[in-house]
Design a protein around this ligand. Structure first.
Ligand code: G3P
Ligand code: CA
Length: 303
């Protein structure tokens, strides 16, 4: 009996040893496997590339072409700003007015969808950035949230921003209805500067991850635990302005169990810094630049 047991243990031991040796060889000689092993051991190591208003450094912000380009560049997430029209339709535009990014004038909340859809949301970009101008941008329109969901489905992830300036009544419910309609619950997150709006959304649908957008005037080193506790009661993370944070801030917030995803980082030097601080994602107008920084860091990593 004892002999059989010893034989079995010996046999198992040999197999474990062979398996561990194989893993060690793969780990040592394959960078892809190294990255995978690191991801399995530390899932937080995934740094999301978030295309801020789409690939808005290269295409008119918050338009279908800007989102298409972000998807082509292999960004993980597109960030989308949402306002409500006069007739209560969630549309994708950053400012309260259409003045800066279209050929029209007026407040989004005072215009119907039909009025908004007549506007050209791309020509301003071609004129402002001739080096990135493309014929197809001229005449592109302000999309509805539904149009974006319809176009991209689960092809990409989304972070929707409920704009903070007096969130329209009911915007949270309408956004949630669109998410349900397209069955996108597992690929959508929401952020907002308005804690009130986020709390409201959390009550409507506690399954959607929320991020509190914040702005710091000076480099934040440490923040109060009461403040972090309050945020943690409804959100999974904080999205601060990159210029307002430090490595100590990132470490504190992450140790508290919240994610950190700074905005808006467009220079590779700063992307590199954010990466080395261990952030969970970075908002950028130039997703290709960030993906390059992430790749370089991973290639150079010594495990
Ligand atoms: O990504 C965070 C950012 O979207 C918040 O600022 O003005 O670009 O909407 P803003
Ligand atoms: Ca935004």
């Amino acid at each position: 009996m004892m002999k059989v047991f010893r034989h079995k243990a010996y046999f198992t031991g040999i197999h474990v040893l062979l398996f561990v040796s194989l893993l060690t060889i793969l780990y040592a000689y394959s960078p892809t496997i190294r990255v995978k092993v690191k991801e399995i051991m530390d899932p937080a190591d995934k740094v999301y590339t978030i295309a801020h208003r789409g690939a808005s450094g290269y295409a008119p912000e918050n338009t279908i072409p800007a989102f298409e380009l972000a998807a082509e560049m292999k960004a993980d997430i597109i960030e989308i700003d949402i306002h409500l029209t006069k007739d209560g339709i969630p549309v994708v535009i950053h400012d309260d007015t259409v003045n800066r990014t279209t050929n029209g004038k007026g407040y989004v909340k005072n215009m119907t969808l039909e009025q908004l859809e007549r506007l050209d949301a791309g020509t301003w970009f071609n004129e402002a950035y001739p080096m990135f101008a493309r014929d197809k941008y001229a005449g592109t329109t302000i999309p509805t949230l539904d149009q974006v969901f319809e176009t991209f489905g689960k092809e990409i992830k989304y972070i929707l921003e409920i704009k903070d300036s007096a969130p329209s009544p009911g915007i949270e419910t309408l956004i949630n209805e669109s998410i349900q309609k397209y069955d996108l619950e597992d690929v959508v997150a929401i952020h907002s500067f308005s804690a009130g709006s986020l709390r409201k959304f959390h009550k409507i649908n506690p399954d959607i991850p929320l991020y509190q957008l914040v702005w710091y005037d000076y480099n934040a080193e440490r923040v109060s635990e009461t403040y972090l506790k309050e945020i943690k009661s409804y959100a999974v993370g904080i999205s601060p302005n990159f210029q307002g944070i430090s490595s100590a801030y990132v470490a504190q917030v992450k140790n508290f169990g919240l994610k950190v995803m700074p905005y808006t980082v467009n220079y590779q030097l700063n992307m590199d810094k954010a990466y080395s601080w261990g952030v969970d994602g970075v908002y950028t107008n130039f997703p290709d630049r960030l993906l390059e920084v992430i790749d370089t860091n991973r290639d150079n990593a010594q495990w």
